[in-house]
Design a binder for this molecule. Structure first.
Ligand SMILES: [Mg+2]
Length: 131
């Protein structure tokens, strides 16, 4: 097997430095190239410069929140890129339907553990493009 697999570029988007740090720790050592953004606007700017394979997206953020990022990204970049996994708390589950309807690929409930995060990211990355 060739060993030249391109790492998966993952943009960790959350206004909490702690959550970003935890997610980073969960994914380090795997085949991910990691970057992070503290709000949706920064994430959108980073996507315009270089498209991530997948964005882990917090819901509640200042400046530009998760749903605003989701809508803007789908309008600017289309349905298939980047893959987006929305991240919210148990109390935010009502938002999931809205997120999925707005073009999220999957969601994860905080607090999440490393196996769940890996599974969610692998799942959306393996999914075929939408029609
Ligand atoms: Mg937040």
């Amino acid at each position: 097997m060739p060993t030249t697999t391109k790492p998966t570029y993952c943009l960790l988007t959350d206004d909490s430095p702690t959550v970003r740090k935890v997610a980073r720790r969960f994914l380090q050592g795997s085949d991910y190239e990691l970057d992070d953004a503290g709000n949706g606007q920064i994430a959108l700017e980073k996507c315009a410069i270089r498209m991530p394979d997948v964005v882990l997206l917090d819901w509640n953020m200042p400046v530009m929140n998760g749903i605003e990022f989701l809508r803007a990204a789908r309008e600017q970049f289309g349905r298939d890129h980047p893959k987006i996994v929305v991240c919210t708390t148990e109390s935010g589950v009502d938002y999931i339907r809205e997120a999925m309807a707005s073009g999220a690929d999957d969601y994860i409930i905080k607090p999440f553990d490393a196996p769940t995060l890996h599974a969610k990211l692998s799942g959306v990355l393996a999914a075929p493009a939408s029609v």
